[in-house]
Design a protein around this ligand. Structure first.
Ligand code: RIB
Ligand code: CA
Length: 323
């Protein structure tokens, strides 16, 4: 029964992940913390509140987080992927609720301190809030049950540069700081999320079975599917589908056996043309540069039973009554 705090930058695929966290009978969603990434933090915070309204859970607390990376300047939001409004340019209504007064970092630290060893922290945006939470309370890694992160890639090319995935690219200093601490952490990166593909017909099933939440997930996915389809068309494909990035991290919390992981001291490159690149040292050779040595081990997924993950996602969403 994972008790989850979800750190998120909604975000079209973030909305799919939030739907899964709400729908899965074994998950208790304790709160959302918002961060810049797919849009500016004011927009991702508004989106988080609106998503909870649509999914019938306005009582779940939302704590607003970082507006900018730890040290570098913020990159422009990828509105060509998630739309200007971060949710596919659909009609976003004014949320019925407001964020709580605590910051994301304060909420994470307080909840972990009140429930030591019980909370699974899932991060599906840039890791700035997680880094700020560690800076606020350096004992945080020992207080959480586990940390699950959607980001990076062990060997698959990146989606922002040939080496970097978006969440780690957006704040590489935060990511490298997070993985310098010793927590039970697992990275769910592009190596597995790009194998886990939601097809348009899957989204149509969700639309036709999950009420207003299903219609919302369909409507917000149009812009996202069009983006992926335009890229696939360049390769001669007429496929209409999208990678299930963020929801894969949530499925991992209830179905870890569907994933194959490697482990080792982990860095995220912070500067230069490789900024944002994830590097898991699975060999631990006596290398000439000690930048990986004496760092704790982090796990990262390199394989996935994608049909099982997709079936778990779809059956969870379609078997839940959001209204
Ligand atoms: O690279 C994919 C990740 O970047 C996902 O979390 C998506 O929502 C974007 O934030
Ligand atoms: Ca995200």
């Amino acid at each position: 029964m994972p008790k989850i705090i979800l750190d998120t930058d909604p975000g079209i695929d973030d909305a799919q992940a939030i739907a899964f966290a709400i729908a899965h009978p074994d998950i208790e969603l304790l709160g959302l913390t918002t961060v810049f990434g797919n849009a500016e933090v004011d927009i991702t915070t508004r989106n988080a509140l609106h998503i909870l309204d649509v999914f019938g859970q306005p009582q779940i607390p939302v704590a607003r987080g970082a507006s900018d990376p730890l040290t570098q300047a913020r990159y422009p939001a990828p509105d060509f992927v998630h739309g200007i409004d971060g949710l596919g340019n659909v009609d976003i209504k004014q949320p019925s609720t407001a964020p709580i007064s605590e910051s994301a970092a304060e909420f994470i630290v307080r909840m972990a301190s009140e429930q030591p060893g019980e909370i699974t922290l899932v991060a599906i945006g840039p890791l700035t809030n997680i880094a700020q939470a560690i800076n606020l309370d350096p004992t945080l890694p020992g207080k959480v049950k586990s940390l699950v992160v959607m980001g990076g890639s062990v060997s698959h090319p990146g989606n922002v540069t040939p080496l970097a995935e978006a969440n780690f690219f957006n704040d590489p200093h935060a990511a490298d700081l997070v993985f310098s601490h010793d927590w039970p952490a697992t990275i769910i990166g592009l190596d597995v999320t790009l194998q886990t593909v939601l097809r348009d017909q899957d989204l149509a099933i969700i639309r036709d079975t999950a009420g207003q939440a299903g219609q919302f997930l369909w409507d917000t996915s149009r812009f996202y599917i069009d983006f992926y389809a335009s890229r696939l068309a360049r390769l001669g494909s007429t496929d209409r589908s999208c990678a299930m990035h963020d929801a894969s991290a949530l499925v991992y919390t209830v179905l870890p056996e569907a994933f194959q992981v490697v482990s080792g001291p982990t860095r995220v490159i912070t500067d230069g043309i490789a900024a944002g690149q994830l590097s898991v040292d699975t060999q631990q050779e006596p290398y000439v540069i000690p930048a990986w040595s004496d760092r704790p081990h982090t796990s990262a997924a390199i394989g996935v039973a994608a049909p099982r993950v997709l079936d778990t996602f779809l059956s969870t969403i379609t078997n839940h009554s959001f209204d």
